[in-house]
Design a protein around this ligand. Structure first.
Ligand code: FAD
Ligand code: SF4
Length: 553
C-alpha cells in the first residue's frame, strides 16, 4: 500500500525511533551539543514510558555523564540499594549464598532502584525542555530510503487501516520524517531494526543474538514485608539445571516490590510456560512472605537481549545507527542494560553532531562504532562475554560458577579469558526440542492471591488494541502452526506468550484444531518473533498508542 500513498514529509537533522533510555539520551545529547539541531523522537506507546518494562536496578554511570546534576534536577532514581541478597532455591528450601565473595561489579552498592518507565518520563521532560520534539502514540512502521539505498527516514502515524488492510473511515496515511541520520532505539528485537539488519547485512559474521523473556509484577506490600533498598536474585527452582534463568526482587519507593522472572529463550522443553513458572515461583516458602498481605498493581513482560559482545551487529548503516538494546547491550550477569543504552545514545549523538557539523548526511557513522569500541560499555561487555555461553553449555550451577570466575578474570585482566571468546551456537528458535521428547508440565492452578491466570494479568497491564485493524502478528505461512508446530512442538506459542495471544481451539469432538491469534492482548514483549521454532511469526508494529499502558514498570 505504502508505494502508492501520498504523504507529507517533515525534515529533521536527526529522527529517533523509540523513547527508551537510549533514544532519549541521544536526543538530549544532541541538543546539549547544539541547541540548533532539529531532533524528533517517535514513541509507539500512548505516552513515554507506557511500553517500558525493566527491573530496574540502575547503575547511574550513564546518567552521571548525561546529567552530572541529575540529583538536583530531580531524576527519579528513587531508592539507593542497601543490601544484595543471592539465594539458591530448591523446591521447599533455599540456601542464602550472599556470603560468597561476589565481585564488586555484581553487587549493587552505589546503584538505584527505580521504575525505568518513570526515568524515561523524566528524561522526556528534560529533552523537551531542551527543544526536542517528542511524538508519543506514533509508531514508526516503515523505513524510507534514498535513491542511493541509504536510509532517508521513517513513516510514522499511520492510523485507521481496517481489518482487511483497506483505509477505514478514520484513515490517516501518516507522515514521512526525513533526517540526515535516523537512530533506531526500539529496544529488544525492534521491528525496523530487524529489517535494517537483514537489508544491510549487519549481523554477518556475528553470533546469533540470544534472548530471555522477563515477566514482571509490581506489588505494594505491608510495612512488615518491606525493606527499602533490598535487591534479591534467585537461581534454581522452579527451573531445572538445564534451563537458564532466575528471579529478581527489588524493594523501592512507597512500599513497592518489583518482582520478576527471566527465562533464557534457548530452553529446549517446548512444554515450558514462562508465565506459569513465574507464578509458581512466587509460592515458594521463601518468597511468599514478601508478598502476602500485599496487592499486585501491575503486570507485564518484555524480552531482554542476552547475546552480549559476540552478538552485537554492526552498529551503523548508511543514514543511521542502532542504539542500546536494538543492538543488544545488556550485561547478562549484572542484568543491566539501561546505563549502556544511555551511553550508546550519547556516543551516537556525538558522532552525528560531528558529521553534521562537517556538512555530511546520509552516510555511515563509523565513528559511532569506533567510539563504542573505546567506551566503558565495550569494556564491560567484553569482560562478561563468556558468561552466557558457559551457563548454556554447563547448566545453572557449574555454568554460573565457571561463568562468574571467567567474568571475574575478565574484569581484572582487561577482558582476557582462558576460553577466548565462546560462541552461542544455535538461535533460540532452533534450540527448541521436540514435544515427544519431553513430558507435558502440569502447572498448579492459580490461587488468586499470589498466583494468577494470564487474562487477569493482562488486564493489569491496561493493554488495548483497536480491534478493527489488521493483526500486527503476521504469519508468513498460516498453515504452519497446525501442520508443523502442533505435531512437532505442541505449538509452544500457546505457552511462551505471556499474554494468552495464541490459542489452539478444537471442535466439540476434540478434532479440527484451529490456530487463533488474540492480537488485542499483545503486550509487545516480542517473544513470539524470537522463539517460534518455525520462525513463522513476524511482529510488526500496530498503530501508535495501542499496546500496554504500564504506569511505573
Ligand atoms: C525483565 C527485565 C529486567 C531488566 N532489568 C534491568 C535492570 O535491573 N537494570 C538495567 O539497567 N536494565 C535492566 N533491563 C534491561 C533494560 O531494560 C534495557 O537494557 C533498556 O531498557 C534498553 O533501552 P533501549 O532504549 O535500548 O530500549 P527500550 O527501553 O526497550 O525502549 C525502546 C522504546 O522504543 C519504542 N519503540 C519500539 N519500536 C518502535 C517503533 N517502531 N516506533 C516507535 N516506537 C518504538 C518502545 O515502545 C520503547 O518505548 C531489564 C530488562 C528486562 C526485560
Ligand atoms: S503475541 Fe508475541 S509479542 Fe505479543 S505478548 Fe505474545 S509473545 Fe509477546
Amino acid at each position: 500500500m505504502s508505494d502508492t500513498v501520498e504523504r507529507e514529509a517533515m525534515e529533521y537533522d536527526v529522527v529517533i525511533v523509540g523513547a527508551g533510555p537510549s533514544g532519549l539520551a541521544a536526543a538530549i545529547r544532541l541538543k546539549q551539543l547544539s541547541p540548533d539541531l532539529t531532533v524528533a523522537v517517535l514513541e509507539k506507546g500512548s505516552e513515554v514510558g507506557a511500553h517500558i518494562l525493566s527491573g530496574a536496578v540502575i547503575d547511574p554511570k550513564g546518567m552521571n555523564e548525561l546529567f552530572p546534576d541529575w540529583k538536583e534536577l530531580g531524576a527519579p532514581l528513587e531508592t539507593a540499594v542497601t543490601r544484595d541478597k543471592f539465594v539458591m532455591l530448591g523446591p521447599q528450601g533455599s540456601l542464602d549464598i550472599s556470603f560468597l565473595p561476589f565481585p564488586k561489579w555484581m553487587l549493587n552498592h552505589g546503584n538505584y532502584i527505580a521504575s525505568l518507565g518513570n526515568v524515561c518520563r523524566w528524561m522526556a521532560q528534560q529533552a523537551e525542555g531542551l527543544g526536542v520534539e517528542i511524538y508519543p502514540g506514533m509508531a514508526a512502521s516503515e523505513v524510507v530510503y534514498n535513491e542511493d539505498g541509504s536510509v532517508k527516514g521513517v513513516v510514522a502515524g499511520v492510523f485507521g487501516i481496517d481489518k482487511d488492510g483497506n483505509p477505514g473511515p478514520d484513515y490517516q496515511p501518516g507522515i514521512e520524517l526525513h533526517a540526515k541520520y535516523t537512530f533506531i532505539g526500539e529496544g529488544v528485537r525492534g521491528s525496523l531494526a530487524k529489517q535494517l539488519q537483514a537489508k544491510f547485512g549487519l549481523t554477518e559474521g556475528k553470533d546469533a543474538q540470544k534472548f530471555g523473556i522477563g515477566i514482571k509484577e509490581l506489588w505494594q506490600v505491608p510495612d512488615e514485608n518491606f525493606e527499602a533498598g533490598l535487591t534479591q536474585h534467585t537461581f534454581g527452582w522452579p527451573l531445572d539445571n538445564a534451563t537458564g534463568g532466575g528471579s529478581f526482587m527489588y524493594h523501592f519507593g512507597d512500599n513497592y516490590v518489583a518482582i520478576g522472572f527471566v527465562i533464557h529463550l534457548n530452553y529446549k522443553n517446548p512444554w515450558i510456560s514462562p508465565f506459569d513458572e513465574f507464578q509458581r515461583f512466587k509460592t515458594h516458602p521463601d518468597i511468599r512472605g514478601y508478598l502476602e498481605g500485599g496487592k499486585r498493581i501491575s503486570y507485564g513482560a518484555r524480552a531482554i537481549t542476552e547475546g552480549g559482545l559476540q552478538s552485537l551487529p554492526q552498529l551503523y548503516f548508511p543514514g543511521g545507527v542502532l542504539l542500546g538494546c536494538s543492538a543488544g547491550m545488556v550485561n547478562v550477569p549484572r542484568i543491566k542494560g539501561s546505563h549502556n543504552a544511555i551511553k550508546s545514545g550519547m556516543l551516537a549523538a556525538e558522532a552525528a553532531f560531528a558529521a553534521i557539523s562537517e556538512g555530511r548526511s546520509g552516510d555511515e557513522l563509523k565513528s559511532y562504532e569506533e567510539g563504542f569500541n573505546k567506551s566503558w560499555v565495550h569494556k564491560e561487555l567484553k569482560a562478561v562475554r563468556n558468561f552466557k555461553p558457559l551457563w548454556s553449555r554447563y547448566g545453572t550451577i557449574p555454568g554460573l560458577v565457571l561463568g562468574g570466575m571467567d567474568a571475574m578474570i575478565g574484569n581484572l585482566l582487561n577482558g582476557w579469558s582462558p576460553f577466548g571468546t565462546l560462541k552461542h551456537g544455535k538461535s533460540d528458535a532452533e534450540s527448541t526440542g521436540l514435544a515427544k521428547d519431553y513430558k507435558p508440565i502440569v502447572y498448579p492452578k492459580p490461587d488468586g492471591e499470589l498466583s494468577f491466570d494470564k487474562l487477569s494479568s493482562v488486564f493489569l497491564s491496561s493493554t488495548n488494541h483497536d480491534e478493527n485493524q489488521p493483526a500486527h502478528l503476521k504469519l508468513k505461512d498460516p498453515s504452519i502452526p497446525i501442520s508443523v508446530n502442533l505435531p512437532r512442538y505442541g505449538e509452544p506459542a500457546r505457552l511462551f506468550c505471556p499474554a494468552g495471544v495464541y490459542e489452539v481451539l478444537y471442535d466439540e469432538a476434540g478434532n479440527n484444531p484451529k490456530f487463533q491469534i488474540n492480537f488485542q492482548n499483545c503486550v509487545h514483549c516480542k517473544t513470539c518473533d524470537i522463539k517460534d521454532p518455525s520462525q513463522n511469526i513476524n511482529w510488526t508494529t500496530p498503530q501508535g498508542g495501542d499496546g500496554p499502558n504500564y504506569p511505573n514498570m
